[in-house]
Design a protein around this ligand. Sequence first.
Ligand SMILES: Cc1ncc(COP(=O)(O)O)c(C=O)c1O
Length: 443
Amino acid sequence: MAKNYPHLAMPLPGPKAKAMIERDARVMSQNYSKDYPLVAARGEGVVIVDVDGNRFLDFGTGIAVTATGHSHPKVVDAIKKQAETFIHMCYTDFYYDNLITLGERLSKRGPAPGDWRVFFANSGAEVVEGAIKLARVVTGRQKVIGFYGAFHGRTYGAMSLTASKLVQKRGYAPFLPEVYHTHYANCYRCPVNKESGTCKLDCLDLLTETMFVHTVNPDEVAAIIVEPVQGEGGYVVPHPDFLKRLRELTRKYGILLIADEVQCGMGRTGKLFASEHFDLQPDIVTLAKGIASGMPLAALMARADVMKWNDGGHGSTFGGNPVSAAAALATLDLLEGGLIDNAAKVGKYLMDISKKTLGAHKCVGDVRGLGLMIGLDIVKDKATKEPDGATRLKIIQECFNRGLILIGCGKSTIRLAPALTIDTEDADIAVRILDEAMTALGV
Ligand SMILES: Cc1ncc(COP(=O)(O)O)c(C=O)c1O
């Protein structure tokens, strides 16, 4: 069936969008530089309708959040029913059924065998904070190690572990003490061919032969936090042995391994947990973004023997809000009812056509990803792979003017992070628009 999107009725931004952006400039904190002027009025599945009636195909999903598409009727219904029942109780002091049910379903389906427990919060940064606190209190150790390129959030602990863009930290020092960074498996840049099987994981040798020898006593490390697929850092899929070796190392030194699955979790990569692609069995997992299709909710999961807080040592007034929990249960039904499989299937299709059609453009240095978490690297030169952020911006803006919503990540990557509901026709439309935009720009 022919799709009725994208459909642009005027040059962008239209008059209503322009007027709203002027209002925003007068009163809102101007800390976000937006790449293009989209003013949303409505969301319907994979489509965003702006205030002037233009219809866009959404491949950004509010930074990989609206997993079931915009306002999925089953999610909306669950939200409405719960809102009519009660909106808030505070799980810190009381109990309610739907959050316990959600805890049961997540703990049964943990990223590794065994008994899992769940703590609910509101945002990715908040569960990363929780993970750091938990790792410290349960190990009695202080040091925490993260990776270059990682993004973990904007609060102080999460920001201290973030090592993505300088602007995210400039001016905000001092950071959390006892936080260190080392190299992630940026395989797509690694001189050793990742396909050849000759990878020696030099990236991890920097940890064991440099950091653990000269600066950090591994016996004092509480946790290493890793994104199984780096998100904000550029949609980077590590060499499969990287996470395996990391797990061996952490076990050797009694270090807890935290998998930050805030972006790559909840089915986006074609499995509920991205860790499953790598047979990674973390001790702690953080989830947020796609968990409740856009309602604020985050989950900190830990093996039962690790989830050992001092009583009253951690909490959150709004965490595990019942309306968000209702949305999460409906989301989980949809994910397990076929959307995770769809992400794997359509993700493979999108990857194949992106490699074939977009990979032929001289500006595309790499196409990589898992499921519906796909990154296109925009480069100055295919041979050197020098990042080209300026061209990335032009492509994203050109796509907006053709009705496709995209966002960037890393130095010059375009992320393809649509709803897990898309079909192959949506994938065709997105790749066609990207292809046309790159051709129009001569890149
Ligand atoms: C891997 C990862 N961790 C943590 C966060 C922080 O999440 P939030 O923005 O909900 O605080 C993000 C957000 O992009 C993320 O991608």
